[in-house]
Write a protein that binds this ligand. Sequence first.
Ligand code: SF4
Length: 372
Amino acid sequence: MLNKSLDLDKAYGEPANGSSSIVSHRHPNPLPPLQDRHGRTFDYVRIAVIEQCNLRCTYCMPEEGVKFKEKDMVLRSEEIIKVVEVLARMGVRKVRFTGGEPLVRNDIVDLVAQSVQTPGVKAVHMTTNGLLFPKYARDLREAGLFGVNISLDSLTEEKFEQITRRPGLDKVLESIDLAVELGFPRVKINVVLMRGFNEDELIDFCEITKDKPVTVRFIEFMPFDAHQIWETGQHFASAADLCGQIEKNYSDTGINAASGTRTEHHIYQVPGYAGKIAVIPAFTRSLCGNCSRIRVTADGSIMNCLYSEVPYQLKDLMRNGGSDDDIVGLFRKAFDDKHKDGFESKKAASVAAKINVSDISRSRSSMTQIGG
Ligand code: SF4
């Protein structure tokens, strides 16, 4: 397996507004960075802005959906911007809006614009399923959105509908081309790779990078599917296995290690290809040593790890008059408690569940309740 190089500029991207002039992204009134007891610094926040989605992917939620939070339980736009402002003072440079599907939230363009203008923020990104992207793409680019990750798990209409329970492959493919055409500096395709379903399309997805300047990211299947298919134990394909298949397929032409973000633990580029191929061990969790991610759920909980089940109630704190210092304090508490890796987080959660601590219940069985 090839070792990648980490290019921080690539990790954060050029200046948020995409202009050529390098502007300092140091906050004018910085606070000490957000760190944990394991020496890691957290400078990347993923904010889920909604739980609702216009798809029903089998690796995320059932056809009937999940018990979505009521509107008043979801962070308001001023609360989201407050979180971005406070985190930017603590050294957060990268903001990603996720969901559910962020484009079904009607103030999303404004959230992007305000975050781009927040002192200290270097780049704002979004993860979308691409169905509504053509409608908002130009406004998002004008608002300064820097990177867009578009989720796509099959290149055949039949399998696309099988996995998302909705039509729309053509819309998603159109969105990928539009994102490149409009000059978003980072365009990526997120593929949840599942054995016995789309594993046979692995190389077809890799070949997209031949002519398109995009990064195709294969993400390991994870146990956040609202108890649908994970427990069958039939669909997990490991990052190591996928890397082996990719390297074998390109053994004649050769394939080089490339630079990428901290999440893109294994990243390649085929010589002469315009784009890159990444493999993300999200379940294998071999990337935890490099973890830099903060998660804020749509209902305003801080998650210090994808596998943690300890909610730090940010929304309640803010709605009960919590000051900026109180918000800072809660983030520091959450990350001071952070375990060294996702396995320990999971173990701690199971132990807590066993002793049945009331406020630690697996209330987030679907990825749409976490934000990816
Ligand atoms: S599993 Fe947890 S610790 Fe590991 S990379 Fe993911 S969020 Fe970070």
